[in-house]
Design a protein around this ligand. Structure first.
Ligand SMILES: [Mg+2]
Length: 307
């Protein structure tokens, strides 16, 4: 590789790491206030801006939830399979994750993994009800391992992992957008390009994701409300910390909005923008796993992405 290509690959891997750290930080930050309303957060914390554990799960400071641990389980299975995203491997990875008794698990994830145990079919039946944010929240390892792929292959890999538990058009649209947007940011695309190339077409195709106008507070686990909150926080703030404070202080499904906003903002603003106190505050084992996995997934794809 030329020195320029080496520098580009280093930059790409650094942004991939920032995306993964952002996911875990947003999860840990948001979990403290999950299921509180924005009003309850204001009365309890003023503005919530520290990774301090607690919340309904009684977390240790820096502990993460299913958003991060499912992503890590998925990423590990992709790496074990040589970088390929295979539905059956994803389903086995999620099933093993569930057997290890995670501290929390979404209803749709649990139901469709139990169905998988019986059927052996890693693709859940299509359902208009399965429009939760549980497939979108864990899409990052797929985005990183397909950095060198064309758009159709990225979308196919995203759906392969998503459909294990969420076979739903709104979930698919969100998950595919998130993977492609993270890839754009990891490659160094500015926000205005991602807005024009990715977000405007998404909002045309799925007008329910439009976030302009009224502030979306207390977003539920419905992917539509999750996307409204995440997109509004990303587009209407100007830094990593501001974006995560904005989205988690809306309350509701704050660990997942935090995780999704964190992966986008991490990739966009880069690792230098992540506050040192948040990096230090994250569970050290989780922090190192996120770093190592981001590096391994992106390195496998980096040649194609930067060449
Ligand atoms: Mg969670």
């Amino acid at each position: 590789m030329t020195p320029e290509a080496v520098a580009r690959a280093d930059e790409l891997i650094a942004r991939a790491e920032a995306a993964y750290l952002g996911l875990a930080i947003g999860d840990a930050l948001g979990a403290t206030v999950e299921f509180l309303t924005a009003r309850e957060i204001r009365s309890r914390y003023g503005i919530h801006r520290e990774i301090c554990g607690g919340g309904w799960l009684r977390l240790k400071p820096g502990q993460v939830t299913d958003d991060t641990t499912m992503s890590l389980a998925l990423g590990a299975s992709i790496l074990a399979g040589g970088g390929a995203v295979k539905p059956l491997s994803c389903a086995h990875a999620f099933d093993a994750w569930m057997r290890a008794k995670p501290i929390d698990i979404g209803n749709t994830v649990r139901r469709n993994l139990i169905t998988f145990r019986g059927s052996g079919n890693p693709c859940a039946p299509p359902s208009t009800n399965d429009a939760g944010n549980g497939a979108a929240m864990r899409v990052l390892p797929v985005a990183l391992c397909t950095l060198g792929c064309d758009e159709a292959a990225v979308r196919g890999a995203v759906r392969a992992q998503a459909h294990v538990t969420h076979h739903n058009a709104a979930s698919d649209a969100a998950s595919e957008f998130l993977a492609l947007a993270v890839q754009d940011f990891v490659r160094g695309e500015p926000l205005r390009n991602v807005y024009r190339r990715r977000l405007l077409p998404l909002l045309d195709a799925r007008p329910e994701f439009r976030y302009q106008g009224r502030r979306r507070e207390n977003p539920s686990g419905w992917i539509v409300e999750t996307m409204q909150a995440v997109l509004q926080a990303l587009m209407e703030t100007d830094g990593f910390e501001a974006c995560l404070v904005d989205v988690t202080n809306r309350g509701g499904d704050a660990d997942t909005t935090g995780a999704i906003a964190g992966m986008l903002a991490g990739a966009h603003y880069g690792v230098e923008a992540i506050p040192a106190r948040w990096l230090r505050g994250l569970d050290p084992l989780v922090r190192e796993k996120c770093r190592a996995q981001a590096r391994a997934l992106a390195a496998g794809a980096a040649g194609g992405a930067t060449g």
